[in-house]
Design a binder for this molecule. Structure first.
Ligand code: ZN
Length: 189
């Protein structure tokens, strides 16, 4: 799948909506991404994540790790394609960490994945988890980069498609100014 086909798949499954949305951050946007709607079809999860995994062929990845919740399915399917372990990190008292007995042995070659990267904040938190465990960070992957490619990492970064999604404070939102009401993201259109 080329980037346009990846976005078409998101649109076809309702995972990419255009309109006027109130994001959980409180900002407004004309685009809303919900990867869960794409990934609810295992065949889509499999094909997208296999493509992501292929980009790390030759990087000798030993563990794939994503942030809960959005990164869990992606980590699992990428790991299946690579043939290695899938882990997830989750926040406890606001700090991203490994729980549930998950462990990364020192020297383990780790790939950090997400469904969608915007600023890369939670990806960086998971990178820190890997580094603190003594793991070797081989790369970062995501299905969609919704930040226009602006999130930079000190390791190889691969995304299947890039979107530049502007966000607005409500008082500056051109969509509000044109009179349309903002719909809370997560509720249906
Ligand atoms: Zn608005």
């Amino acid at each position: 799948m080329n980037p346009a086909e990846v976005l078409e798949l998101y649109e076809a499954t309702g995972g990419l909506l255009r309109g006027h949305f109130l994001l959980t951050s409180g900002l407004h946007s004309d685009t809303y991404l919900q990867s869960a709607l794409v990934l609810q079809r295992p065949e889509h999860a499999e094909s997208l994540c296999r493509q992501l995994a292929l980009a790390f062929n030759g990087d000798r990845v030993q563990a794939v790790i994503g942030p809960a919740l959005g990164g869990i399915l992606v980590a699992h399917e990428v790991a299946r394609a690579i043939g290695c372990r899938a882990l997830f990190a989750e926040r406890e008292d606001g700090v991203m960490r490994l729980r549930r007995g998950f462990a990364i042995a020192a020297g383990t070659r780790c790939l950090v994945v997400e469904d969608v990267i915007t600023t890369g904040g939670s990806t960086r938190e998971v990178m820190r988890v890997v580094e603190e465990a003594g793991g070797i960070l081989v790369g970062v992957g995501a299905l969609i980069d919704r930040g226009g490619g602006s999130a930079a990492f000190p390791v190889k970064k691969v995304t299947l498609a890039t979107l530049s999604v502007p966000t607005y404070r409500p008082e500056e939102c051109p969509l509000c100014r044109s009179g349309s009401p903002a719909v809370k993201s997560g509720s249906r259109k």
